[in-house]
Design a binder for this molecule. Structure first.
Ligand SMILES: [Zn+2]
Ligand SMILES: [Zn+2]
Length: 279
């Protein structure tokens, strides 16, 4: 009994360098259906151009979305699932070059990360203290939210390089969090509740204030297992439990229909303005 709000828009496949070989479209879709999802959004790591010093993105050209669509077409027959093929953009590593109108037009939705500090070529923290880390995370998040075409803010503040997270986020004022959340709302960007991040109790503790404030401010949310293999989709149980603990309900969650409408609006309205895109 698939629940129409029960969707995961951040699913990786073998087309991601971190995706497991067994993360075929067929295996991921099968597991998604077993988990009772009504909609899935694939979001492999994609960036328009190779990134100097970061081999992770060497093969992550936008054409992998077309390759994945072709793979899905072979196996999706008879599946009762809404399927989106989008991408995870990486503002952390590529900055404003992480998206352009042509790439946005190829995607069904764009999940954008601003906290991939573990990858080579990531921006460096200007100092050791927690505030220096917080300041960089806040700036990257703000700039990522301003990027045309972005519909979901991937795993806010989550990275193995910013642990323990609590003392870092304790340097962030409520006003600073509220500014980011207001920007997300204004830009039509949903905030992701991420099951990979949620495995870490430190992350859940550190971000409870942020998610609580976002809920109070009327933000919209997405839930994801951030799966890189079929069995990772089991993290949906954990993330759903955490979302309920945060006080999130069905009305707070973005549906596949809303996501598609948002993306269409962004791909057509944002793109001609070229605002925020590198020349
Ligand atoms: Zn990944
Ligand atoms: Zn990510």
């Amino acid at each position: 009994m698939a629940n129409p709000i029960y969707a995961d828009f951040h699913i990786h496949t073998h087309f991601s360098p971190c995706g497991k070989p067994q993360a075929t479209a067929e295996a991921m879709l099968r597991r998604a259906q077993e988990k009772g999802l009504a909609a899935v959004g694939f979001a492999d790591h994609v960036t328009p151009d190779p990134i100097a010093g970061c081999a992770f993105y060497d093969r992550q050209r936008p054409c992998i979305m077309a390759d994945l669509r072709a793979e899905i077409a072979q196996v999706a027959d008879g599946l009762d699932l809404e399927i989106l093929v989008g991408m995870e953009a990486d503002y952390t590593i590529a900055g404003r070059a992480c998206l352009n109108p042509a790439v946005v037009a190829q995607a069904d939705h764009v999940v954008c990360a601003a906290s991939h500090f573990h990858l080579p070529a990531a921006p460096q923290f200007s100092g050791d203290g927690p505030r220096a880390r917080a300041a960089l995370m806040l700036r990257l998040a703000r700039e990522a939210l301003e990027m045309p075409g972005v519909s979901i803010w991937a795993h806010p503040f989550h990275c193995s390089r910013v642990r323990p997270l609590l003392p870092i986020l304790e340097t962030v004022s409520e006003a600073e969090l509220a500014t980011l959340i207001a920007l997300a709302n204004e830009r039509g960007v949903a905030i992701e509740v991420n099951g990979a991040a949620a495995r870490d109790e430190g992350y859940r503790l550190a971000t409870a204030r942020f998610f609580g404030l976002a809920r109070e401010m009327g933000a919209r949310f997405t839930l994801t297992a951030d799966a890189h293999s079929p069995e990772c989709l089991d993290r949906l149980d954990l993330v759903l439990e955490w979302a309920y603990a945060l006080g999130l309900g069905e009305r707070d969650l973005l549906t596949a229909l809303e996501l598609k409408e948002r993306h269409k609006r962004k791909a057509t309205a944002d793109a001609p303005l070229q605002r925020g895109f590198p020349g």
